[in-house]
Design a protein around this ligand. Structure first.
Ligand SMILES: C[S@@+](CC[C@H](N)C(=O)[O-])C[C@H]1O[C@@H](n2cnc3c(N)ncnc32)[C@H](O)[C@@H]1O
Length: 311
């Protein structure tokens, strides 16, 4: 792992950041080893890594709040004084051996795109394979997914701070039948914070949840009407918010409706007070690749389950 100082500070996450990047990096290696290790097939597919919320290539531990965090107050992402730069997902992917044929980095922030471009100098043997798209991840992914995937395979990493991913994007990824998807789902840091206790959710927040989950059915799953008698024997109906597990299960079930393979044991990434912040999920779009991909991902996720978030 390398460290450096940078003019474009990019700070995010807690210990969960390391956990998800370790899982991703190990998966990328195993994926390329598995696909490289079939000489008789003579590498029939071109392989890409697609990082759709790519950042800068580095992650700084400390410094500023992400500018596009959905809710204003997220103590787990607060300012600290010391800044250390460690490898982010883009660098980690570039270091993986065997290598990918192509690296596609999507990032909406121009300064961060410029930082990503500098990776071409750092990795000269991969420079020609690096493509950087400055733009919105949902738009760029949906465009990419409309291409002909017959001779291409990819691992995609969706690593938003919050609720930026649209369900339409996830559907487009599934429709390629060629992409293995790792997605960071904003369980406690995003969805649970919008589900106000009395169910009276502001319309803009409801719409955002509809786009994230691709349905309005979530409301009846996350809130239950319960009737009980009061002291005078009168029926009282009250709305009860369900636990955070229910949100995670709902998203895994939604993925299972469109992907032929979905890990049922996603990594629950917790903060220092053990609250679930994110859920790191894995889904396979290629029906022929389900078995090996699920085995590799399942083993990596089981290790997190056994060791806890901070391993
Ligand atoms: C958590 S950071 C990504 C970190 C990176 N994956 C890593 O490990 O180094 C999220 C990034 O997504 C970018 N971003 C936010 N909304 C976006 C969008 N709609 N489209 C593309 N990038 C976006 C932010 O500028 C930020 O750099």
């Amino acid at each position: 792992m390398s460290t450096k100082m940078s003019s474009v500070s990019h700070s995010f996450g807690g210990d969960w950041t390391l956990t998800k990047l370790q899982i991703l990096s190990k998966y990328l290696k195993a994926y390329n080893v598995a696909l490289d290790g079939k000489p008789s097939l003579d590498r029939p597919f071109r392989r890409a890594f697609i990082d759709a919320f790519a950042g800068t290539g580095y992650r700084s531990v400390g410094a500023d709040l992400p500018e596009d965090t959905f809710r204003p107050s997220i103590p787990e992402l607060e300012i600290v004084d010391t800044v250390r730069l460690l490898d982010g997902s883009a660098r980690m992917a570039l270091m993986v051996e065997p290598r990918f044929d192509k690296y596609i980095f999507i990032e909406k922030n121009r300064d961060r795109c410029n930082e990503l471009s500098a990776l071409r100098t750092e990795f000269p043997d991969r420079a020609a394979s690096i493509q950087i798209y400055e733009g919105d991840a949902n738009e760029e992914i949906q465009k990419l997914c409309r291409a002909n995937w017959a001779h291409h395979r990819a691992v995609m990493f969706l690593d938003p701070y919050g609720l930026q991913v649209d369900w339409k994007t996830i559907e487009a990824i599934a429709a390629t039948k060629a992409i293995d998807l790792w997605i960071l789902f904003p369980l406690g840091i995003g969805v649970n914070r919008l589900l106000v206790r009395d169910g009276n959710i502001p319309l803009a927040w409801r719409r955002r949840l509809d786009s994230l989950l691709g349905t309005t059915e979530w409301f009846d799953e996350f809130y239950k009407l319960e009737t009980r008698n009061d002291l005078l024997g009168t029926d009282i109906t009250q709305i009860t918010k369900q636990g955070i597990d229910c949100i995670g299960q709902f998203f895994i079930n939604r993925l299972s409706q469109i992907f032929p393979g979905v890990s049922r044991n996603p990594a629950i990434l917790r903060n220092s007070t053990n609250c679930p912040m994110y859920m790191f999920c894995f889904a396979v779009a290629n029906p022929n690749g389900v078995k090996p991909a699920m085995k590799i991902a399942g083993d990596l996720l089981k290790k997190v389950e056994r060791n806890g978030t901070r391993k």
